[in-house]
Design a protein around this ligand. Structure first.
Ligand SMILES: NC(=O)c1ccc[n+]([C@@H]2O[C@H](COP(=O)([O-])OP(=O)(O)OC[C@H]3O[C@@H](n4cnc5c(N)ncnc54)[C@H](OP(=O)(O)O)[C@@H]3O)[C@@H](O)[C@H]2O)c1
Length: 254
């Protein structure tokens, strides 16, 4: 049952929403009344599980690879065709992988940097490009990029990941300034460690050490991120446009 009606009547497209943080965002926004478009690439069963778990009505799934710029256009078009509009875009889909500077294979090095930016950055900016066209016509909209603490403080062995997330933070700031007069608000959210499949392997290896570095004493739950996103997605956060919201249990205070 919706505990709040702040997002009633809003249509929210969330990329990578089959599982993990994306699912937590979908559940949080649906609790406040939003109609959710659950995007996924390969996790079909999990996407339908997310769909069944949502309160409210009118939610649906869309499938595709966001590294394909043509698909990014289709994703927005199909959302609008089926839901009639697009009020909230959450660019959440992403990958996290290690790539140390000791990597000996230069060809692989280049390939991995490009793949990281194609997945974490260019997908988001391409979807945002098409979403802005719709939101401009509507006269309102919200765009939220899921960045990372790594994009603020850097991360050894993962410089390509950290740089792709830093790029999202600066993209959100730039778009917020450019689009403010059109009533389109743009934000980034920067989670620390969250207990999802993406973080599973690292948390298994270094869980105790990681938790010891988080004053709150635990890694985040996907719903911790989801609730932060839904606040930004609500009209209460309109004046906060351009900010990056940290969700890290006081592990990195700026
Ligand atoms: N977990 C953390 O500790 C943490 C911390 C900070 C930031 N983040 C960020 O939060 C976001 C979500 O992460 P998560 O932890 O929830 O990870 P996750 O469980 O691995 O989920 C990521 C989702 O992204 C989708 N995805 C990946 N590549 C894609 C592509 N080329 N096209 C379409 N979809 C694609 C996947 O969809 P399919 O499964 O359908 O293929 C997957 O479900 C990511 O951007 C991540 O960088 C995570």
């Amino acid at each position: 049952m919706a505990s709040c009606d702040l997002l009633r009547g809003k249509v929210a497209l969330i990329t990578g929403a089959a599982r993990g943080i994306g699912r937590g965002i979908a559940q949080s926004l649906a609790e406040w009344g939003a109609r959710i478009v659950i995007h996924y690439r390969s996790s079909e069963e999990e996407a339908h599980h997310t769909l069944r778990s949502l309160p409210g009505e009118g939610h649906f799934v869309l499938k595709g690879d966001v590294t394909d710029p043509d698909y990014c256009k289709q994703l927005v078009e199909h959302t609008v065709q089926r839901a009639g509009k697009l009020d909230i875009l959450v660019n959440n889909a992403g990958i996290y992988e290690a790539l140390p500077f000791s990597e000996p294979d230069y060809a692989r090095w280049q390939q991995e940097w490009r793949r990281m930016f194609d997945t974490n950055f260019f997908s988001a900016v391409n979807i945002a490009y098409h979403a802005v066209r719709v939101m401009r016509q509507q006269g309102s909209g919200k765009i939220i990029f899921i960045a990372s603490r790594a994009g603020l403080r850097g991360e050894q062995q993962h410089s390509h990941y950290a740089a792709s997330k830093a790029a999202l933070v600066v993209l959100a700031r730039s778009m917020a300034v450019e689009l403010a007069k059109e009533n389109i608000q743009v934000y980034a959210v920067a989670p620390g460690w969250v207990g999802t499949e993406l973080a599973q392997e690292t948390l298994k290896r270094r869980g105790a050490e990681i938790v010891a570095q988080i004053p709150v004493g635990r890694v985040a739950d996907p719903l911790d991120v989801g609730r932060a996103v839904r606040f930004l997605a609500s009209p209460d956060a309109d004046y906060l446009t351009g900010i990056t919201l940290d969700v890290n249990g006081a592990s990195y205070i700026r």
